[in-house]
Design a protein around this ligand. Structure first.
Ligand code: GRF
Length: 210
């Protein structure tokens, strides 16, 4: 099978990036990370990429994001864009141009809690469960077709910090799975749903944590 050319967009720590690199090394996914793009020059994820000899690219925040990204992406070999903690909202021109080829990971059980501060909100609202979701990206913030989700039960003793850690662990399992499905052609984005193994799916696939 041909390697999938993947561009990864980050803004910060980059632990999902590191995890994807590790899965690739273990051959559990088979991708070629052609570039790591960041809007933050100090992002730890850039350091991770450089240590792995992966090309990096910095977004010029003084320029209009849509034009800037379009220019950067046009020069990259790319079958898939993976958002891994990219903190800017992708502009419509990028979402339209690369329809069906953009994945994001979000730290909540979408459609609940799109946007920021998800761990704080689940605690405040006394939720009994929490988790992470991989989805296709559309113009609706964190609102594209939901592909795969992993859940945990919330304990009374859980703090924001420990929820963050537990949710990260889920992310490290579900993002490589979704990338692998994409690579094998098992998932395909339609407007408000996606196709998995030739069947229409309207709800995320539940991943039982390993
Ligand atoms: C993750 O929780 C992800 O769901 C969210 O941003 C965070 C990125 O973490 N979109 P890291 O930079 O991969 O450690």
């Amino acid at each position: 099978m041909n390697k999938l050319n993947v561009v990864i967009l980050i803004s910060g720590y980059g632990s999902n990036l590191k995890n994807i690199i590790n899965y690739n090394k273990k051959k559990e996914i088979n991708i070629n990370i052609t570039c790591v793009i960041s809007d933050n020059a100090n992002a730890n994820g850039l350091k991770i990429a450089r240590e792995e000899n992966i090309e990096t690219c910095l977004i010029d925040n003084k320029k209009e994001l849509g034009q800037e990204l379009d220019k950067i992406l046009a020069n990259k070999k790319m079958d898939l864009i993976v958002l891994a903690g990219f903190m800017k909202i992708l502009p419509p021109n990028i979402i339209q141009k690369y329809f069906g080829k953009i994945l994001n990971i979000h730290p909540s059980l979408l459609p609940k809690y799109p946007g920021l501060n998800t761990h704080e909100q689940v605690i405040k609202n006394n939720e009994s469960e929490h988790g992470a979701t991989v989805h296709f990206v559309t113009e609706k913030l964190d609102g594209g077709p939901l592909i795969i989700q992993g859940k945990i039960k919330i304990k009374n003793t859980d703090t924001i910090k420990c929820l963050k850690e537990k949710v990260h662990k889920i992310e490290y399992e579900i993002y490589p799975i979704a990338i692998n499905w994409f690579q094998k052609g098992l998932i395909k984005q339609e407007k408000n749903f996606f196709i998995f193994k030739n069947k229409r799916i309207d709800k995320p696939i539940e991943h039982i944590l390993g």
